[in-house]
Design a binder for this molecule. Structure first.
Ligand code: SF4
Length: 684
């Protein structure tokens, strides 16, 4: 290993250059990350808002990459964090650390192939009719045509071909006309545009970088589907780790729709016997008819008619696949058409097989759950998703690399074990970190090993938060209200919200468990209050948050994305209102099946799935209150079950440690005081 300054020295230099102050939690985390990487032990770190956790993992990650001449992968769930790392943190860090490290650290961003413009697709699709054209009216089609035309023009200018750099963006449908998924790419060697391919360029750049930033979906595809897209690495940092299970579940899920089968049939049309593609097209019609009559929701026992229709798709797709001839390397256009057809046919065939096979074992032994979804804005489709992804992560992600998993919220009910179980991690390691890498240590005694029964072991660290929650925030539970009902917001809830907002002088973020409740509250309160009330859906969420942040009297109501995405420090946000505990809907097919599966194996399904889901969202929603040192305020949870139900203690233990009360007078008085204090500067 090359001799480099230690992590403390590098972190001090970075913090000085970035104009910050030394924070204990950040130092503790940086040291722990460095120790975990040196000892090859997985590390799970909870680091509250304000810790500066990105620096705390980037500094030891950069040091390791440069000392070992290797690449460290950093994965995020959201585009916002990815941007923050690549556009702000890493460039500043690279400049700050270069003098100490003797060269400037390098970094790159890598996304899935679908995110980059495909020049080959662009060329071959130039005159082609969009695959889903038949589904659109002429107006939609001409708008699609205009968007694709714009993409052709953009292709002449862009240096990266990265969809996120196209402003304003285009619809998914338009983007699909000019991009390919990994299994649709003909391969750089066979592709006439291989030398100037954007995806290949991004990959080549990433190959030599010290740090590669990616997203959880690509990480999951790389680790689980055998496409080696990411550069070789032994150390992985997963930020926003609370999102990992959901993102991996999405990658490991499949769906079967009339549109997918029709697209496969169209792509195969010029490559197969016409009778075969017509037969496949007919199976799509059959699916559509069955979907139209069927109820949506989870399917525990597949009806014969549906099983026959799915088997029809499977067999027709298989016949087409068998009929497609070998690749013609001399003709790139034909090779592209063949690759696109095979990708679509394999997708519908494999999904149909998986759906049918998922019903074979008895209920309690099943690994997948199947449901029919019929949303208002989406065509009906059969979905299949894994009940757990722990096994997959254990085998494919944790087996051969050291992983640091971090987020502001990783302890639920006061413990890391809920997340560790979902990730498939084994027992927690306690005691001093090992002084040597795993491979160089003597074989451990049972109970001390890195891997008990094949389950990777891990260390946990909670570096807390620089905020003094108990002094800065109040958790008020409206225990006097009735439990929330099913038919919209009870008038007593609306009264309570009105009184709290009056006391706070606006400044309120309303986090509702459904869009219907948010809209009802906004509508009724606009009649009663003078404060402007914005509601999600009335403009882009980014615009709404900006207006909310700019005017202290304004309130913002909304649902899920606001629970996690609002970061408004200062007096514009001094009151967070939560209408009800955000349990998953009882008819949520995946959550209900997961809950049942835990119960069937002797666990408490409600606590392991529903309460855990609610705890995570509640922790994140109530965490919106304090975003900077000096912030003060009240979190008001109107659902009395947080104070009265048996699971209330578990949920409360998952929240930031605010000072608690159920006294409405105390909450209102505190809000009035805060309102007065916030008004003073502008009135002087
Ligand atoms: S190599 Fe693949 S992604 Fe790149 S231009 Fe060719 S087909 Fe498209």
């Amino acid at each position: 290993m090359a001799e480099l300054p230690d992590v403390d020295e590098l972190l001090d230099a970075a913090v000085r250059a970035l104009g910050g102050a030394r924070r204990e939690g950040q130092v503790t985390m940086a040291r722990a990350v460095a120790a975990a990487v040196a000892a090859e032990e997985h590390l799970v770190v909870q680091a509250g808002t304000g810790t500066g956790k990105s620096l705390a993992y980037l500094v030891p990650a950069i040091r390791h990459a440069m000392a070992e001449d290797t690449t460290v992968i950093v994965s995020t769930a959201t585009l916002a964090l990815q941007r923050q790392l690549v556009e702000r943190d890493l460039p500043r860090l690279a400049t700050a650390l270069a003098p100490l490290l003797k060269r400037e650290p390098t970094f790159a961003i890598l996304k899935g192939r679908r995110n980059y413009l495909c020049r080959n697709r662009l060329a071959s699709a130039a005159d082609a009719e969009p695959e889903e054209a038949g589904l659109f009216d002429p107006r939609a089609l001409s708008s699609l045509g205009r968007q694709v035309q714009r993409l052709h023009e953009w292709a002449e200018d862009t240096l990266t071909g990265d969809r996120d750099e196209l402003v304003p963006g285009v619809s998914d449908l338009a983007w699909r006309q000019v991009s390919v998924a990994g299994n649709e790419c003909v391969g750089a060697a066979a592709c006439p545009f291989g030398q100037e391919c954007f995806a290949e360029q991004a990959r080549a750049e990433a190959g030599g970088a010290d740090i590669v930033v990616t997203n959880h979906a690509l990480l999951a595809i790389d680790a689980t589907q055998g496409y080696h897209i990411l550069p070789e690495h032994r150390v992985l940092v997963v930020d926003e780790a609370h999102e990992l299970v959901d993102r991996v579940t999405s990658v490991a899920s499949g769906s079967l729709s009339e549109r997918a089968v029709t697209t496969a049939a169209k792509r195969a049309a010029r490559l197969c016997d016409v009778e075969l593609t017509e037969r496949l097209g007919e199976t799509a019609d059959g699916l559509a008819l069955l979907f139209a009559d069927a109820e949506d929701g989870r399917i525990d026992h597949i009806p014969d008619s549906l099983a026959t229709a799915v088997a029809g798709v499977r067999d027709a797709a298989h016949a087409c696949i068998s009929d497609i001839g070998p690749e013609n390397k001399e003709d790139p256009q034909a090779a592209t058409a063949r690759r696109l057809a095979l990708a679509a046919l394999n997708e519908v065939h494999d999904t149909a097989v998986r759906i049918l096979e998922s019903f074979e074992p008895p209920l309690r032994d099943r690994r997948d759950v199947v449901w029919l979804a019929k949303g208002a804005n989406r065509p009906p489709a059969l979905h299949v998703a894994p009940l757990t992804v722990g096994g997959l992560l254990r085998e494919k992600l944790f087996g051969d690399r050291t992983t640091v998993l971090t987020s502001a919220t990783l302890t639920l009910g006061g413990s890391f074990t809920g997340f560790a179980a979902q990730w498939g991690l084994g027992r927690e390691i306690t005691g001093e970190p090992a002084s040597a890498p795993r491979g160089e240590r003597p074989k451990a005694e049972p109970g001390e090993s890195d891997s008990a029964e094949g389950e990777p072991r891990w260390r946990a660290l909670d570096v807390g938060s620089p905020f003094e929650h108990a002094r800065s925030g109040i958790l008020y539970v409206a225990a006097h209200l009735p439990p929330p009902g099913r038919d919209g917001l009870d008038p007593r809830y609306v009264d309570e919200i009105a009184e709290l907002i009056e006391a706070a002088g606006g400044r309120a973020l309303g986090l509702f468990s459904s869009m219907r409740a948010a809209a009802q509250a906004a509508e009724e309160l606009r009649e009663r209050l003078d404060h402007p009330i914005l509601c999600q859906g009335e403009d882009s969420t980014g615009q709404l948050v900006e207006r909310f942040s700019a005017d202290e009297r304004t309130c913002l109501f909304g649902t899920l994305s606001l629970w996690q995405g609002v970061d408004v420090p200062g007096p514009s946000l001094q009151l967070v209102i939560v209408d009800r505990i955000p349990f998953p809907r009882p008819d949520d097919p995946l959550a209900s099946a997961r809950q049942r599966a835990v119960g069937a194996h002797g666990g408490n399904g409600f606590m392991a799935v529903a309460a855990t889901h609610a705890a995570l969202l509640l922790a994140q929603g109530t965490g919106r209150l304090l975003r900077a040192t000096g912030d003060r305020g009240v979190v008001a949870v109107l659902d009395p079950r947080l104070a009265t139900a048996r699971y209330g203690g578990f949920l409360r233990a998952s929240l930031p440690p605010y000072w608690g009360t159920t006294d409405p007078g105390v909450a209102r008085a505190a809000l009035r005081r805060l309102d007065e204090a916030a008004r003073v500067p502008s009135e002087v």
